[in-house]
Design a protein around this ligand. Structure first.
Ligand code: GDP
Length: 440
């Protein structure tokens, strides 16, 4: 998602950086490029017009043009404006004191509503809540079955109310939640392929009947210009508190996702990046803007690492600090990288990483992992614990055993050497910090 937009914006910035001092004509031309890039990404034309006007006005000031690094300033302004377009700060779900809280999802058919309901239930369950899913989409064939199956997979009960009217199902689900001590009801409502009066009225009726604490609209990231009509009608009729953008993992141009906040004034609360229940993530405008501009999402990487890290990993990190870095640790690290979505996933979040990936045609040779793994597996237990004993003879044997070359083994030894050096530096820092604390 956003790849071609990202490429085009970066090309514009590269051209500016190549210039040194900027003239008004340079900025006008850069703004024209940005305008075209956004329009081609299918961002709503009015949103583009406002965005470019604001950005241009800020770039045309003497502060920017006469600064020592004008191109950098322009990039910073585009980043600021893009962050603002996406909503500036994170917008969390708001819960009331009422039990159960009711969250209602609305949106067109196929937007990803049913799967979003399940993903949200999964997320809330992980946060210690006990959700109940209410299957109020009684028109789409198998919608309730789909919800029941997915709910079963994540261990969240689904209230179906077979045969009843959707308004009745929603009300009964709330009663069921009170009986069964569930503290959040997530209501999946019916969608249509297009805006339809009956669908709107039903959503209004359900809303009136169960008075949801939050109404969230699910919007498919592939929606382009048309998004304005759809969200405006929902905003008028049912109103909603926030947006879930689904299918952000796809390769659509993303214009709808970029326009929705400006068009509705409602915050994007979550984005969905896949079909699995764990693929719903809170939305951070600043991080997304940085990713679009190829500046990397460093915080995202740290969080992913924290998620992948279990108690065992933490314990082994502590041991590494105490006893040094072994080949077994290196093996563990490679496994951890795989768990975080592989090098491709991580690289995509690094500054300039997406650009690098694109240059490589999206291909990243992960076979180097397999090679390293084979070499480590060919080492004796002692060699793994004390890699420094691996001499020329041992290297030749490891290469033979793993079907690699001594040059490959040398490469691995070099990597280990670097990491070991880093680890001992960290050990010294940790010791100094510890001594500092004790001294106080
Ligand atoms: P509904 O009609 O709005 O309830 O839509 P569904 O929840 O059934 O989703 C429609 C299709 O989109 C299904 O095949 C989902 O698996 C798929 N889908 C939903 N969200 C995502 C997402 O974030 N990424 C991808 N790749 N597919 C999604």
């Amino acid at each position: 998602m956003f790849e071609s937009l990202s490429d085009r914006l970066n090309n514009t910035f590269d051209r500016l950086r190549g210039k040194g001092k900027l003239t008004e004509a340079d900025i006008t031309s850069a703004m024209r490029d940005i305008r075209m890039a956004l329009l081609e990404a299918d961002v709503n034309f009015k949103v583009v017009k406002d965005f470019v006007a604001k950005t241009k006005e800020r770039c045309m000031t003497a502060d920017v043009m006469e600064s020592l690094t004008p191109a950098q300033n322009v990039v910073k302004i585009v980043l600021d404006e893009l962050t603002e377009l996406l909503g500036t700060t994170e917008s969390k779900l708001v819960f009331s004191n009422r039990i159960p809280n009711v969250i209602m999802l609305v949106g067109l058919q196929g937007s990803g509503k049913t799967t979003a309901a399940v993903k949200l239930a999964y997320l809330l369950k992980k946060q210690g809540r006990s959700p109940l899913l209410a299957a109020c989409d009684v028109y789409r064939p198998a919608a309730a079955d789909q919800l029941a199956t997915l709910g079963g997979e994540i261990g969240v009960p689904v209230f179906r109310g077979d045969g009843a009217h959707p308004v009745q199902i929603a009300q009964d689900a709330v009663r069921e939640a009170i009986d069964k001590l569930r503290d959040v009801v997530i209501v999946d409502t019916a969608g249509r392929l297009q805006i339809d009066e009956q669908m709107m009225q039903e959503a209004v009726d359900i809303k009136r009947a169960v008075k949801p604490d939050q109404v969230l609209m699910v919007v498919d990231a592939m929606t382009g210009q048309d998004i304005v009509n759809v969200v405006s009608t929902f905003a008028e009729r049912t109103d909603f508190d926030g947006v879930i953008i689904s299918k952000l993992d796809g390769d659509a141009r993303g214009g709808g996702a970029l326009s929705v906040r400006a068009v509705t004034g409602k915050p994007i609360k979550f984005v969905s990046m896949g079909e699995k229940p764990d693929s719903l993530e809170p939305f951070y405008p600043d991080r997304m803007a940085k990713r679009i501009l190829g500046m990397g999402d460093v915080i995202g990487i740290i969080e992913k690492a924290q998620e992948a890290a279990d108690a065992e990993t933490v314990a082994s990190a502590e041991r590494m600090l105490r006893e040094g870095f072994t080949m077994n640790d290196m093996l563990e690290q490679m496994k951890a990288v795989k768990k975080m979505g592989g090098m491709k996933g991580i690289l995509g979040m690094l500054p300039g990483g997406q650009k690098l990936l694109n240059q490589m045609g999206g291909n990243l040779d992960e076979s180097v992992f397999a090679k390293n793994e084979a070499m480590i597996m060919s080492m004796t237990a002692e060699e793994r614990m004390r890699p420094s004993i691996i001499n020329g003879q041992r290297r030749a044997r490891i290469a033979r055993g793993s079907g690699t070359t001594p040059a490959d083994v040398n490469q691995l030894m070099k990597q280990w050497g670097e990491m070991n050096k880093m680890m001992s530096r960290m050990r010294t820092m940790a010791q100094q910090a510890g001594a500092g604390k004790k001294g106080k």
